[in-house]
Ligand binder design. Sequence first.
Ligand code: ACO
Length: 333
Amino acid sequence: MRKSYIRSLGHFVPSNVVTNFDLEKMMETSDEWIQQRSGIKERRWVEPGETTTGMALKATQEALRKADLKADDIDAIIFGCLLSDYIFPGGGCLLQKELGCSKPIPAFDIRNQCSAFPYSLQLADSLIRSGVYNRILIVGSEIHSTSLDKTTRGRDVSVLFGDGAGVCIVEAAPENSKSFIIDTIVQSEGEGCQYLMIHNPSPMNHPRMQANVELDESFYPHMEGRAVFKNAVTRMCQIMGTILQKNGFKPSDVDFVVAHQANMRINQMVMNELKIPFEKTHHTIEKYGNTTAATIPITMNEAVDLGKIKRGDLVATVAFGAGFTWGASLMRF
Ligand code: ACO
């Protein structure tokens, strides 16, 4: 039976570092509050000229280089993003052009926010297992900084998010490979939509765009932090328990966990609840904040580069985000 595995990863973050102290100059907040509540010390924010597609391209070039592949070796792109460089078309098509692919490969767009990675991985794994494609590029690339309310009004959200891109190349595993995706599970609950969303500009308005409209809170991300926090811990623990049990593993069998980076406290609680030692995970939230779709491939790439994840390790990834959506994957890396 065909299986797939992660052949290589890559990531890119903008060079512009924005510290908590920089935020103190924009809004009523403090380095102490942000670190205590979230674990974040700094994040990267794009500068004019940097794009979602451009960051994705740089991350992809790293993954291609590490696997000794060319753009034309990719059979399909799955692009995860809240909002690509344009309202439409999606980021996958834009990246296909920038990669310089000489053939018109398919480009899928995934809009599952912080859970984009498990959703994309399930799709890629299924398409490879079923023999439709051999090699798929999964991308998460996100610019938050230009959509945030950087005044005191938006401080509960704007201190948490950063920009960046992370990718991985998933391909058909050689026979008897010690590296393969074991399972992915993804779920959603639309009831949670109200707790984390941007309302406007919405096609429900007639017309969607109107002249001289005041840019009130409805144009910026709205988050009910406590509800999101509670649901994140509950769902991440549940889905990790489910995927481990379904595949005959105990938490103690897991060599490494790559968790979404929304809040250090969420991840501490999840690891505590699962009784997996905190050393078996890697964090990028301190320096990049929450980069939604990009977070898991960025964090996993760093962990691989640091030698924390080795080939054959039992690795779990777990994410939770707006929608609500959440998901987990289990693999022999
Ligand atoms: N600086 C200083 N004070 C602040 C800030 C800030 N940046 N933001 C809020 N506060 C204040 C509040 O106004 C409140 O003040 P009050 O007590 O006088 O009313 C106080 O701090 C406490 O606010 P809480 O919201 O209760 O703080 P909490 O401990 O819950 O932490 C946080 C807030 C960090 C947002 C937390 O709830 C959280 O991390 N939630 C989950 C975020 C998340 O997981 N997002 C999911 C993914 S995103 C995606 O999918 C797109």
